[in-house]
Design a binder for this molecule. Structure first.
Ligand code: SF4
Length: 88
């Protein structure tokens, strides 16, 4: 897993992100890019971007927004590495 850089949640194409708490949180959405990289997107970032980054730095070990549940999986064939970059 790569856990640094601009796309901090990139996981290097593993089948499961392995991003700590987010893997068990109902607010996570797993996004796969056209190159096969996997990103953990926090859906709480839509409503509270100041508290929750769109792509949190992994692994997330503590989070006040955590709520146990099943993450959403999303295969987005139109999502490129660049589009998934939180700096965009
Ligand atoms: S609320 Fe916290 S634990 Fe849940 S997906 Fe977002 S960053 Fe991860």
């Amino acid at each position: 897993m790569s856990a640094g850089g601009a796309a901090g949640a990139a996981t290097g194409g593993e089948s499961e992100p392995g991003v700590g708490l987010c893997d068990r949180c109902r607010h996570q959405r797993v996004v796969r890019t056209t190159r096969g990289s996997v990103f953990s997107l926090c859906r709480r970032s839509r409503d509270e971007p100041e508290r929750y980054p769109r792509y949190p730095r992994v692994p997330v070990l503590r989070c006040p927004g955590f709520e146990r549940g099943t993450p959403e999986a999303e295969a987005d064939p139109g999502l490129t590495e660049r589009a998934a970059d939180p700096g965009e």
